[in-house]
Structures are given as C-alpha cells and as structure tokens.
Design a binder for this molecule. Structure first.
Ligand SMILES: Nc1ncnc2c1ncn2[C@@H]1O[C@H](COP(=O)(O)OP(=O)(O)OP(=O)(O)O)[C@@H](O)[C@H]1O
Length: 212
C-alpha cells in the first residue's frame, strides 16, 4: 500500500493511480482524476462503484489505499460541499438565514443574505424558516447560497439534484455553473448521465465494484 503526497502545481487537485479499499474489498483502483479551477470533473458509475468514496478522497475527507494525491495549499473554507440530502448536513435549529450567512459570520464579515437569497431564487420570507419548514429544493438552494457566501476554491457535489423537483434542480445547477464560471474547480458526482455529460469538462467513469 502506498500513498504519496507531492507538492502541487497551479492550483489543481490531481489524483494518479488512486485506489480505495475497505478491508479486503477493492472499491476502485488505478483511477486518474484532475479537478481544475474553472471546470467541472464529472464522476459517473453504477451504485457501489465508489463515486462518493472518490469524491471524499479528492476533498481530503478520506485517504486512498494507494496512489498519488497532489493538492494545493488550501485555507480553511476553501473546499465547499453540496450533499445529496441537505437535511442531513444542515443544523435543524438554524434558520435558512443563518445557514446561508454562516461563512461570513466565521470570517466576521457582513453578509447581504437577502441579495444571496434573490440570487438563488429563495423568497425573502423563507429566510427565517427552519429546515423542517421548507422543501428539499428550497433547502438545497439555501445550501447553494451558502457556497456563494463561502467563496470556496473547490466544490464537491454528491448527487446535488437527485432529491429535487426539476425546477429546483435546474436552479441549483445554474448556481453551480456560475461558481465554475467564476473560477471554482468542481467535482460533480451523479447518476444523471445527461447532467454530467452536458456540464462536465472531463468525466471519470467508475466500473461496478467487485462484489457490489
Ligand atoms: N467507510 C466504509 N467502510 C466500508 N465500506 C464502505 C465505506 N464507505 C463505502 N463503503 C463501500 O464502498 C463501496 C462504494 O461506496 P460509495 O458510496 O463510494 O459508492 P457510490 O458509487 O457512491 O454508490 P451510490 O451510487 O449507491 O451512492 C460500497 O460497496 C460501500 O458499501
């Protein structure tokens, strides 16, 4: 088993020959992947092929069992995440206003939450509701708005639209595309081949995992 971390070049996250293994089980091996500023790296593959695991490795949330991972020096908050089920990753006691503005609060900077809400298509009266009082689509828009406040360098999205109605899904995709147009490097994991095909600059296709 070997994992090497080398010095990065030009703000790109590069994985070469990455493998992931849980116990005896190899989920994927020999995967090459790049996440580059201002572009989308799509990840496709059947259930169990390791898409989420690969995303976690590139985001620095998991360690590969083998391969080389090269990442630039990143400040706190430089990586943003958008989850499949926003309810699982948001504090149920926080209003949407607080969820959106939190990155500003951490940096002790003012945040025009109403302006962000308008950009993500959230009606102002929703801002003072709690997650249990809004739809999945509205909550995911709030999470996308939070990314606009956070201004990360990289965003890792795990099935960000699969829980959403078509209108909310389109809105979230447009917010993500705007981030990329502004220079964010994005990894987009999805079962939705059309979405990944239409939006990605490069695609990593994972196979079925042995024994899946
Ligand atoms: N922490 C872990 N410990 C043990 N096995 C794990 C762990 N995390 C993931 N796995 C296994 O690794 C395999 C890949 O999981 P992963 O969630 O990355 O797949 P996926 O392609 O994202 O699947 P899906 O499309 O269903 O979300 C699965 O068989 C899963 O059970």
């Amino acid at each position: 088993m070997s994992v090497s971390l080398r010095r990065p070049t030009a703000g790109v996250i590069t994985g070469t020959g990455l493998s992931a293994q849980f116990g005896e089980r190899v989920v994927f091996s020999g995967v090459d992947v790049v996440v580059e500023p201002g572009s989308i790296t799509g990840v496709l593959g059947p259930s169990g092929s390791g898409k989420t695991t690969l995303l976690r490795v590139l985001a620095g949330l998991a360690t590969p069992s083998a391969g080389t991972l090269v990442r630039p020096e990143l400040r706190a908050g430089a990586i943003g995440l958008l989850a499949q089920i926003p309810r699982q990753v948001t504090n149920p006691r926080w209003t949407l206003r607080r969820i959106i503005a939190e990155p500003s609060a951490i940096r002790r900077r003012p945040c025009d939450t109403e302006a962000i809400a308008a950009r993500v298509g959230l009606a102002p009266d929703l801002l003072d509701r709690f997650p249990s009082q809004v739809s999945d689509g509205q909550l995911q828009r709030a999470c996308s708005g939070r990314l606009l406040v956070q201004q990360p360098r990289f965003v890792f999205c795990d099935e960000p639209t699969s829980m959403l109605d078509p209108v909310s899904a389109r809105a979230v995709v447009e917010i993500l595309q705007r981030l990329v147009d502004d220079g964010v490097g994005m990894m987009l994991v999805s079962h939705n081949r059309r979405l990944v095909g239409a939006r990605s600059d490069r695609i990593v296709a994972l196979g079925a995992s042995p024994g899946a």
